[in-house]
Ligand binder design. Structure first.
Ligand code: LP5
Ligand code: MN
Length: 240
């Protein structure tokens, strides 16, 4: 019995080794699991379910093979693929979850999320996030021709890279109080998230009791996952 979590794969046509690693992960480790949760930034940038990039169909088919084999797959949006919608969910067989979800896994309550909302010291990012999460702006963006959407996304990526190069490492990490607030609000002793690309298991105190915050790593040169079993919670990495 095991439930798996991954995040921050940033799949893109230009990085075939990461895609190959992910497809292999789906055929092997994920196939033997009870369920797979993808906690955002599965894709480098998502500009709409109507984007005909072949990679997207390849990934959807591989996820569908997993879900049809009886392994449920769930998705929480990241800051790169928050526009991933119902059409891709249908094609892949993934179920879309809200930005925060509490799971009961083998008797443990576990809060899961992408992790960007915990970075409350990054005022520039939170202002950007609030803007691009407005439904009317998303509807407008999705109605634009694909070539214009691609250009806007490229501008945003360039703007983000430029902004990040002048931000301190601390600002781009989670705010410790935001972590405690989120866990206390949901009455959990376990939190699993991605986004910061700083894989680690952090011990902390929540509601006066020992708690753990487990951070998934990004898939740069190897895979990263969290496995929850009746015995415990384990963060690991593996070659593609
Ligand atoms: O993504 P990453 O790791 O570089 O940094 C993130 C934060 N940045 C972002 C922006 C994304 O990278 C852009 C993704 C595009 C998705 C597809 C397009 C959908 C468009 C929908 C429109 C409705 O999330 C970064 C954080 C960092 O994580 C760590 O937490 O710091 O935040 C920023 O960089 C935000 C900046 O502070 C300000 C934003 C600059 C964007 C400039 C926009 C220019 C747009 C021009 C459009 C005409
Ligand atoms: Mn992210």
């Amino acid at each position: 019995m095991a439930t798996l979590f991954i995040a921050d794969l940033h799949l893109q046509t230009e990085e075939p080794a990461i895609t190959a690693g992910f497809l292999r992960f789906l055929r092997t480790q994920a196939s033997a699991a009870d369920a797979l949760y993808i906690l955002g930034d599965l894709f480098e940038a998502w500009i709409g379910d109507d984007d005909p990039t072949p990679l997207h169909h390849e990934v959807a088919a591989a996820l569908r093979a997993l879900t049809e084999s009886g392994v449920s797959c769930y998705f929480i949006h990241g800051n790169r693929d928050f526009l991933l919608g119902k059409r891709f969910a249908r094609e892949s067989g993934m179920q879309l979850l809200p930005e925060e979800k509490v799971l009961n896994l083998y008797g443990r309550n576990v809060l899961i999320m992408h992790g960007d909302t915990l970075c409350t010291d990054d005022a520039g990012y939170q202002a950007f996030r609030a803007k691009v999460h407005q439904p009317w702006l998303q509807t407008l963006f999705l109605a634009l021709p694909l070539f214009i959407r691609r250009r806007i996304a490229a501008r945003m990526r360039a703007g983000s890279k430029a902004a990040n190069s002048s931000k301190s490492v601390d600002i781009m990490d989670v705010n410790p109080q935001a972590v405690i607030d989120a866990m206390e609000k949901q009455h959990v002793q376990y939190l699993i998230h991605g986004h910061t690309h700083r894989p680690a298991v952090h011990a902390l105190t929540v509601n006066g009791m020992p708690a753990q915050r487990v951070v998934l790593g990004a898939w740069h040169s190897e895979g990263s996952m969290v496995k929850v079993t009746p015995e415990g919670i384990e963060l690991s990495h593996f070659p593609f």
